[in-house]
Design a protein around this ligand. Structure first.
Ligand code: ADP
Length: 292
């Protein structure tokens, strides 16, 4: 009998997860969560909400004090971190903590070490990934001598070369310029097309609004909202609770309303707002002409 795993298979499942640091700090409280294969999800919330602790449970860096985390249906406490990292690649906020080698080429090779690949395969994968990330010219350079953006690229490349099916990014857009954000956005789109699951921890509300369909909102170690981005990020009480600044479009709509201009609830993007404003101006011009 062939068991078909449905597309709606939770590749990350957290059941009643609690975590207390040895200092006594209760960082995760009753976390229940399903993230499905192929999804793009953002975890948001203010500093100290538990976001980093939560993503660390996905590759076994942290084992829950209570409850379970299952990756592709298997409990994380039944696997080693090395085994789990074949499935879950986490790109941490500070890339320097992730890089150990003397050269960029060695960094990629080090990352490919425990995957049971031949020397030839390691070299081919290294060449491919350096090319894909435009890092070929820096092959022999030390990771210490890269710009901030390039270091972040190398950190991503050193995880991508392992080809994990779940990718987790901690604050990927932090300190990135507009071009680097476009590079990152294209990168995650390509990975989604390949069927990867992507989780992004971010404070970047405009990025989330534009690119991420689902938001998990955390406060004080708990998940306080989980749903479609447009609905979660437009709720003022949630924004207040998590110190998030509402999206610019929402603030603009509110300002228009205060000036007596009723915009529609369906406006969530810049393009939708521009269309609305163009029509609004056109209608008003017609009205003025008719009145004269
Ligand atoms: P976030 O990523 O949302 O900023 P964290 O997961 O880093 O939140 O932190 C959640 C809580 O756990 C905070 O109260 C924080 O102070 C505490 N915490 C985080 N890391 C440690 C640690 N290594 N030891 C003790 N407490 C920690």
């Amino acid at each position: 009998m062939v068991i078909k795993i449905s597309e709606k298979f939770p590749c990350i499942l957290a059941k009643n997860v609690e975590y207390t640091y040895s200092s006594g700090s209760l960082a995760l409280k009753d976390i229940n969560l399903s993230i499905f294969k192929g999804e793009l999800v953002a975890i948001m919330g203010k500093n100290g909400a538990g976001k980093t602790t939560l993503i660390r449970t996905f590759n076994g860096l942290i084992q829950p004090s209570k409850g379970n985390v299952l990756i592709n249906g298997i409990k994380t406490d039944s696997k080693t971190i090395a085994e789990l990292s074949k499935n879950v690649g986490i790109i941490f906020q500070n890339p320097m903590h992730q890089l150990f080698s003397n050269t960029i080429e060695e960094e990629i090779k080090f990352s490919l070490k425990n995957l049971d690949l031949s020397d030839e395969e390691i070299q081919t994968r290294t060449n491919d990934i350096l090319k894909n990330f435009n890092l070929e010219k820096y092959r022999k350079r030390s990771p210490l001598n890269l710009s901030g953006g390039e270091t972040k690229k190398l950190a991503i490349a050193s995880i991508f070369c392992r080809n994990p099916d779940i990718l987790v990014f901690d604050e990927p857009t932090l300190g990135q310029d507009a071009r680097e954000i476009v590079f990152f956005t294209n990168l995650i789109k390509r990975e989604l097309d390949k069927g990867k699951t992507i989780v992004i921890v971010t404070h970047n509300i405009e990025f989330a609004m534009q690119h991420v369909p689902r938001i998990i909102l955390m406060a004080d170690g708990r998940i306080i909202a989980d749903g479609p981005t447009r609905s979660v990020l437009n709720k003022e009480f949630l924004a207040e609770k998590t110190s998030l600044i509402l999206p610019q479009i929402t603030l603009f709509k509110r300002a228009m309303q205060e000036s007596g201009i009723q915009s529609q609830d369906v406006i969530h993007s810049k393009t939708e707002m521009i269309t609305f404003l163009k029509n609004f101006i056109k209608n008003n011009e017609t009205k003025i002409k008719e009145e004269n």
